[in-house]
Design a protein around this ligand. Sequence first.
Ligand SMILES: [Zn+2]
Length: 220
Amino acid sequence: METKDIIFELRTKNRLSQDELAEKVFVTRQAVSRWENGETVPNTETLKLLSKLFDVSINTLLGSPRELVCECCGMPLKDSDISREKDGAFNENYCGWCYADGDFTMDFWKQYAAIGGKEKFEEFKKQIIHEFNTLLHIEGLPKVENLNVLSGSFINLEYRLPNGQIVKFLDDNATYLGSQLECEFGGDRCFGIAANMDFLLVCTYEENGENPELVIYKKR
Ligand SMILES: [Zn+2]
């Protein structure tokens, strides 16, 4: 869709007249009319205001010319995944898991962003993948190809030790690099892997993380 159609659709969906929209973003009704006729496109400042008003990214307002991808974790970004600044404005460079309220969410990202940004982070991810593939030798664990950024609260499973004690290894408030992989031998258990700067973890579990078993927790 083109910008003119997108603005028209957002305006009418929000039941605003051209006059009302013009007032909200400090332009004339004629300006709105020219956008909707495709004669002009809003300038950068006005795009920011429209983005805020309609709660859609500037990329969406412009007809999605760019394939937005989080510069931290590589996740493709839909508007609902895009991170926000403190004032609620979208930051279209990052996903909301890697960056929130105007800052990176994770210490090692802060560190990597400070040293070299995306490149450093990709290097780190590659290193972790390499370690999963070369150091652990776990039967049935397929080759790890990619890792995603996962919230600790989603993957912090409770393991029952032989003595009945229940333990967790992760921090609900931290984020990890991890993935879920099918066992090479089939069956109804799959592998979950997770890592950060300090450790690699491999577990298996049934559907929805039920009956988890720790396979290995290895300090890096
Ligand atoms: Zn991200």
